[in-house]
Write a protein that binds this ligand. Structure first.
Ligand code: ADP
Ligand code: MG
Length: 393
């Protein structure tokens, strides 16, 4: 059964009625630009074919009820009590089951944004084929699907960037996850065969054709299925190093440093902080270089930038993991044009840019290398840059 059908059936089972419509939004993968978002730098993600579906029916009262194939039972609250549930206190868990806070948080953030709009009650059923917690942003997908549905059913007329901001607000303030806006922008602005360049300071975006499809290329996602225990602490430490580095350079954020500042940075700080800074500064440049290479030379020209990005994360930022290094090295040894870990690090997924005719060879080689190393078997699948949210039915 497709996820779209699963959402419809969950809704009809819950309400005995057909949905008004089914809306969906994609997950995303980051092609390049890692840990640059909170340094006000550049990222280049794209939306993937995997999507989350929200089947929605209007109610004749003022309540919101949400269900997911993911959860045992629906959660139902009066819409006008959302303001009592959210925002969730800092460092606390939401007062509702966490998964439902993604959905209820969207309703809350939309109503807060347009307090005068009439917002009739709704039943919402969610189903998804975006892997959860694999770094593919199932969270942005669920936010985007629900935000798109309610935007239309409530007649709010918000544009995709506004809906991305609503998604971020729900995730930050309702769920309580302190994330940037990259994931929501990548999902909301997805286009077939294009990546989204995002300037995380100005929120300027540009759609960058990747040319992957025309060149016969695919991006393999190699989900290592591991998440190392130090990931939360590691993330916080990296953020602090970046802030310290910027302070020592006398700049607002590392966005304001360039490669020519690195010799000065080496003098101004300890060796570890310097390497953290060097990753961010060079990674920002690699994002710009990737955009230029895609635009001027085509997708085969970005391989070396992907490889350099991985080396920088492994050696300077120190957020790789043995599984990610094996995935990248093996993919490259068996014909990938480029490969790198993607996402926050310490586990999660790597990506490899490969021609159609080596997909099987790379997949088999990585699977074998994981077995030889005694790692958990990876989950490997191909994605290509895909469309943003739309109404499916
Ligand atoms: P990811 O990298 O997949 O975005 P997150 O931790 O940011 O990981 O978001 C995953 C969370 O989003 C899940 O734990 C769940 O609470 C919520 N979520 C994602 N997809 C669904 C779904 N289909 N149904 C219910 N909740 C979902
Ligand atoms: Mg997420």
């Amino acid at each position: 059964m497709t996820a779209s059908t699963a959402a419809r059936e969950l809704l009809t089972g819950m309400t005995g009625r057909e949905p008004e419509g089914i809306w969906s939004a994609p997950g995303r993968v980051n092609l390049i630009g890692e840990h640059t978002d909170y340094n006000e730098g550049f990222v280049l993600p794209f939306a993937i074919p995997h999507r989350t579906y929200a089947a929605v029916a209007l109610r004749d009262d003022d309540r919101i009820r949400v269900a997911s194939t993911f959860a045992d039972e629906p959660v139902e609250v009066p819409l006008n009590e959302l303001d009592e549930l959210f925002p969730t206190a800092p460092d606390a868990s939401p007062a509702v089951p966490e998964w439902s806070a993604y959905v209820l948080g969207i309703a809350w953030a939309l109503r807060a944004r347009q307090p005068d709009a009439p917002t009739p009650g709704v039943d919402i059923a969610i189903a998804s084929d975006v892997p959860v917690g694999a770094g593919l942003s199932s969270s942005a997908a669920i936010e985007g699907a629900v935000a798109s549905a309610l935007n239309e059913l409530w007649g709010l007329g918000l544009d995709p960037v506004a809906l991305a901001q609503v998604g971020r607000r729900a995730e930050n303030e309702a769920v309580g996850a302190p994330t940037g806006i990259m994931d929501q922008m990548a999902s909301m602005l997805g286009r077939p065969d294009a990546a989204t360049f995002l300037d995380c300071r100005t929120l300027e975006t540009r759609s960058i054709p990747t040319g992957f499809t025309a060149a016969g290329l695919e991006v393999l996602v190699i989900d290592t299925q591991v998440s190392h225990a130090h990931s939360t602490g590691g993330y916080r430490e990296r953020r602090e190093s970046c802030e310290r580095g910027a302070a020592l350079l006398g700049i607002r954020s590392l966005r304001d440093a360039s490669i020519s500042d690195l010799p000065r940075a080496a003098e101004a700080m300890d060796e570890v902080t310097f390497r953290r800074v060097r990753h961010i500064v060079t990674e920002n440049q690699r994002v710009l270089d990737t955009v230029a290479a895609l635009t001027e030379q085509g997708p085969r020209a970005i391989g070396e930038l992907l490889v350099a990005s991985h080396a920088s994360m492994r050696d300077d930022f120190e957020i790789s993991a043995p599984e990610l290094d094996v995935a990248v090295d093996t993919a490259l040894a068996h014909g990938a044009i480029g490969a790198r870990m993607t996402g926050g690090g310490f586990g999660g997924a790597a990506i490899a840019l490969v021609a159609h005719d080596v997909v099987d060879r790379v997949t088999d080689a990585v699977t074998q290398a994981f077995a030889d190393a005694g790692f958990t078997a990876p989950h490997i699948f191909a994605v290509s840059p895909s469309a943003g949210p739309h109404r499916d039915a």
